[in-house]
Ligand binder design. Structure first.
Ligand SMILES: C[S@@+](CC[C@H](N)C(=O)[O-])C[C@H]1O[C@@H](n2cnc3c(N)ncnc32)[C@H](O)[C@@H]1O
Ligand code: SF4
Length: 355
């Protein structure tokens, strides 16, 4: 089993972000109390056995703006349910994850840290509404290494209005400098999300597929293994197991405000409003997924990543189309699965197979 925990607090709101993040740290104690109640019930409802949770991902929001001590209770409760070599990730912002926080959180068993850097350019950081500097990114990475983290991810965003070739070369130059300090990179193409600051005006996005291709190729040339359209690992050992589980369609529990869980053909949503969540953390809204929904999801997620698509899951017409793509060398076939040879064409191929 896999577990996602959402920490919905942030120091400020970035211009592109639609994740649930509130500037209401006053509710921290009530939130963590509700979160524990939520976890206890979910673990019991899903009949989770001892040592059977393989990955935990604590995301946000900004988990690092909450003092490490606040997580102690949760880790104490989860400990017996964690598998021996469970991957336990936490998201952190460079300005709030100081050495002491990193050391303390590591002592609770967290073994993978994911820093939201977004860019190395001060101008782009400001444009994105980030409140940290380039210097703070370098410092956070050094501190994570000093604290003993052996698995460190960095998030970047590109295809913003400021991302011309020169800007991307600047990002790559810095990436090369910090390469020894990271084991994983997530490079996200900017999405303009509704209700964000970027959605209010035009032209925040570059929309340059040739630069996307250039950036991805150069990241690969730096020695990273691309295993999903936005995700790169130092080598196979550092592929994020939690993300992989999502793309493989595995079951997972989602706890915390705006948490989402998945079990067989159902999706579970927690309350989307802080007050409602604190009052009733065990509430779940259910969404039933049809065979068609599940098939579509399998196609899109499988083709965007090294997961691939299971031949058995394809309908007859889809199998015929997949054979055509195989002949065109757009897909390869191995051990009863089709694999995409170019992640940049993933959505196009998925649509072709689906329609
Ligand atoms: C859950 S978010 C936030 C994590 C953390 N609070 C931070 O800001 O670093 C995880 C990552 O999603 C990416 N992201 C969020 N919104 C995005 C958007 N609209 N377009 C592209 N990437 C986005 C960012 O790279 C971010 O680091
Ligand atoms: S990107 Fe991260 S820090 Fe910025 S608002 Fe979203 S969750 Fe908060």
């Amino acid at each position: 089993m896999h577990l996602y925990i959402h920490i919905p607090f942030c120091e400020s709101k970035c211009h592109y972000c639609s994740f649930t993040s509130l500037r209401l740290k006053d509710f921290q104690n009530a939130y963590f109390k509700a979160l524990k109640e939520d976890l206890i019930l979910q673990i019991s409802n899903f009949n989770i056995n001892k040592s059977s949770i393989n990955t935990v991902f604590i995301g946000g929001g900004t988990p690092s703006m909450i003092e490490a001590k606040a997580y102690e209770d949760i880790f104490e409760f989860l400990q017996p349910f964690l598998a021996k070599n469970a991957e336990i990730s936490i998201e952190a912002n460079p300005n709030s994850a100081d050495f002491t926080w990193l050391e303390e959180i590591k002592n609770f068993g967290v073994n993978r840290i994911s820093f939201g850097a977004q860019s190395f350019s001060e101008k782009k950081l400001q444009f994105l509404g980030r409140i940290h500097s380039q210097k703070e990114i370098f410092k956070a990475l050094k501190n994570a290494n000093k604290a003993g983290f052996k698995n460190v991810n960095l998030d970047l965003i590109y295809d913003t209005k400021l991302d011309d070739k020169k800007m991307l070369e600047f990002e790559l130059l810095n990436l090369e400098k910090i390469k020894p300090l990271i084991t994983h990179l997530s490079a996200y193409n900017l999405t303009i999300e509704p209700k964000t600051a970027f959605a209010k005006k035009e032209h925040f996005k570059k929309n340059a597929p040739h630069l996307m291709k250039f950036f991805i190729e150069k990241i690969k040339e730096l020695g990273f293994l691309q295993y999903e359209i936005s995700n790169f690992a130092k080598n196979e050992n550092y592929i994020c197991k939690h993300n992989l589980a999502y793309w493989q369609g595995k079951n997972y529990i989602g706890c915390g405000l705006s948490g989402v869980g998945f079990y067989e053909n159902k999706r579970f949503y927690t309350a989307k409003n802080l007050k409602s969540y604190i009052e009733n953390p065990c509430f779940r809204e259910l969404e039933y997924l049809s065979e068609k929904d599940l098939n579509l999801e399998h196609l899109f997620l499988g083709l965007r990543s090294i997961v691939g698509i299971d031949e058995k899951s394809l309908q007859i017409s889809q199998k015929e189309k997949a054979q055509i793509l195989l002949k065109d060398k757009k897909l390869k076939f191995e051990n009863a699965r089709f694999y995409n040879l170019n992640f940049l064409l993933a959505d196009e191929i998925a649509l072709y197979l689906a329609l």
